[in-house]
Design a protein around this ligand. Structure first.
Ligand code: C2E
Ligand code: CA
Ligand code: CA
Length: 465
């Protein structure tokens, strides 16, 4: 292991970078993580700039290996050793075992290392080196008698093949690392352009979503829900839409996932709530019949402290009855923090706001929790409805869900109804409401107002008769 003293004396750290003294004092070296005696993020950035400059001149190549070592904390607790400290102290040994003298090792974060490889002649060497580092780490753990599994993943990117600047090369290595982590433990991944494209798209969505919410660039569609027997409109589900100026129409499944990862979901959910209330107010003003409109809320927003208050405020501000709004929350989200969900549900119930459990049957579907959750409506997932035509087993599952929900005094809605045979089967089972392409696609606000107007006309015809 290289001692800090030694480094200060020579002013050099492994690799080719000359380190200048730090700004704060004689004893520190700014680019040097004293705790681990290893070059840090800043030092690595400089090394990479130089390596790329040299590769550019020589028309050569170089590579970055980003190494993530997971589960430090867990190990600390179980074995009562600071595995991260041991690992950090001995990372020099690890480097010697796996790397060539001119490779450059740095510690970027508590659980993240980087290896810079200059003069990378071919792509295969990167993969081989990644596997060698993995092997060396495993050996290191075994030799210390730490009976533990550490999950190591490595992402690799090379200049000039994957990126041309040090910043974008690091970004590409990070994309590969994310891919590696998503495919399990102890994986080495080389950069591939499809993953890079996915990551770029996610970055664009994350960057532009905030402004889209702010500027009212999102819109809503309303998919009618029908009474299963009489087939008249009895409600709607609000569905968020976004046409991105460059990407075109982005599916809500995609941008909502990004919103959830980037803490923008609360803003988005609140925008939807306010917009739905505004539309309901307009339909009410136009003298159209009032039906409950369902809003999808993310688990994060649902569990947040001021959620019921915000919803009630919006309802009051727009002067609409609480019964005009219902909520849909997915089974998985509700189960995540069951205690908090129960609390929020009770509060909403006292305010007169109905909640439906969405996508039921797509996840864990604990019947025990269903009894405790006490939501008013069960919404059977469209994959189960799609399975109705397939076999008797699929029908038996849906039939027993309908029966169970009714036993618990819940209303049942089937979503994704696409065929007449499905509709008939659901009717026979006693399903209350249906929603799906067979009866109506999601409509824009004007289209849904039209559907409400037709409902009102049909009512009048009935009353004349
Ligand atoms: P979801 O809550 O399960 O919404 C129903 C989805 O099924 C919608 O997709 C709808 O267009 C689609 N659908 C309706 N009828 C049929 C049918 O007959 N067959 C099939 N195959 N699909 C049908 P969409 O609009 O793409 O929404 C996808 C998901 O995005 C929603 O799933 C919901 O989880 C989420 N989402 C949509 N809008 C919002 C929103 O405003 N806020 C939040 N938090 N999530 C939203
Ligand atoms: Ca829904
Ligand atoms: Ca659903």
């Amino acid at each position: 292991m290289v001692e800090p003293r030694q480094l200060r004396r020579s002013g050099r750290i492994p690799g080719r970078l000359v380190v200048r003294p730090g700004a704060r004092g004689q004893d520190t070296v700014a680019e040097y993580s004293v705790a681990t005696a290893m070059p840090d993020r800043v030092a690595f950035g400089r090394w990479l700039d130089q390596a790329i400059a040299q590769a550019r001149l020589a028309e050569g190549s170089c590579a970055v290996l980003l190494i993530h070592v997971a589960d430090f904390r867990e190990v600390d607790e179980v074995f009562e050793v600071r595995a991260d400290e041991i690992l950090a102290q001995d990372a020099g040994a690890l480097a010697q075992a796996a790397l060539e003298p001119h490779d450059f090792l740095a510690r970027l974060a508590r659980d993240e290392f980087a290896v810079g490889v200059p003069e990378m002649v071919h792509h295969g060497r990167a993969q081989e080196l990644g596997s060698r580092v993995l092997g060396s780490l495993a050996e290191f753990v075994a030799s210390r008698g730490l009976q533990m599994q550490i999950a190591v993943n490595i992402g690799i990117a090379t200049y000039p093949r994957d990126a041309q600047t040090s910043e974008s090369l690091m970004q590409a290595a990070r994309v590969s690392l994310t891919e590696a982590r998503q495919s399990g433990s102890n994986q080495v991944r080389l950069f591939n352009s499809a993953a890079g494209e996915r990551a770029r798209r996610t970055r664009v969505i994350r960057r532009d979503l905030w402004t889209a919410i702010q500027d009212d660039a999102l819109s809503l569609q309303f998919q009618p829900k029908f009474d299963a027997r009489r087939r008249n409109v009895v409600g709607a589900e609000a569905l968020c839409r976004w046409r991105h100026p460059a990407l075109g129409q982005v599916s809500p499944a995609e941008f909502i996932a990004v919103a959830e990862q980037s803490s923008q979901i609360d803003k988005l959910d609140d925008w939807v709530i306010a917009s739905v209330c505004r539309h309901v107010r307009q339909w009410q003003d136009a003298g159209l019949p009032l039906v409950p409109v369902a809003i999808n809320v993310s688990g994060l927003r649902f569990a947040s402290r001021n959620f019921p208050q915000y919803l009630l405020e919006q309802i009051h501000q727009h002067d609409i009855p609480p019964s005009a709004i219902t909520l849909e929350i997915t089974e998985t989200a509700a189960m995540k923090d069951i205690a908090k969900s129960l609390e929020t549900l009770a509060e909403l119930q006292s305010l007169g706001i109905q909640v439906a459990l969405d996508d039921f049957g797509s996840g864990y579907s604990s019947l025990g929790y269903l009894k405790r959750l006490r939501v008013g409506t069960l919404k059977i997932d469209r994959t189960l409805i799609g399975g109705l035509d397939a076999d008797a087993q699929g029908r038996a599952i849906v039939a027993s869900m309908v029966a169970l929900a009714h036993e618990l005094r819940m209303k049942v809605v089937a979503e994704g109804v696409e065929s007449n045979s499905q509709l008939e089967l659901l009717n026979e089972m006693g399903c209350d409401e249906v929603q799906g392409y067979l009866l109506s696609l999601p409509l824009d606000a004007a289209g849904f107002a039209e559907a409400l107007a037709q409902k009102s006309a049909a009512r009048e015809v009935q009353s004349v008769r």
